[in-house]
Design a protein around this ligand. Sequence first.
Ligand code: ZN
Length: 199
Amino acid sequence: MELYSGHINRLIDELSSLPGIGGKSAQRLAFYLIGLPKDRVHKLANAIVDARENVHYCKECCTLTDDDICPICSNQSRDHKTIMVVENARDLAAYEKTGKFEGVYHVLHGAISPMMGIGPGDIRLSELMKRLQTEEVDEVIVATNSSLEGETTAMYISKLIKPTGIKVTRIASGVPVGGDLEYIDEVTLLRALEGRTEL
Ligand code: ZN
């Protein structure tokens, strides 16, 4: 016999498929949602659908944006000749919060991980190479995480870009090993940026 109604079971199934949500949390969330006023639930459901429908990759840097070109890329007062490569939009936000980086970004949406079967073709690398061919770029700062995947990606990018003659640098490893960029404080982020070395 099913413990809950079919609708509740379906909701629990959907919730538990989300990252970081186990069976217990999914149950708790499902009952919480069912206990909410209907208009609150509609608001939440609409926010999810609207975000999914209207957010897409920036045509320049591949970050998530509501527009064709994100506000950073369309800002002409930024230094478009310096591109910082990050793994995800959260890392971009972490650097952006420091307010000290004047350049633009490129978001890979992942990192190379042979163990997980994620190769160079699975992240937004070809888009980066296309930018380097069509734009005038002085420096590419590789700010991937200091995890094994992040380092592997940095090495790969450096090998790819070196023949073009464009300067490739790597942020300093003041960043704790395995540390996600988004959790590191601004001072450490800035130190990592200032202490970057050429690859
Ligand atoms: Zn952009």
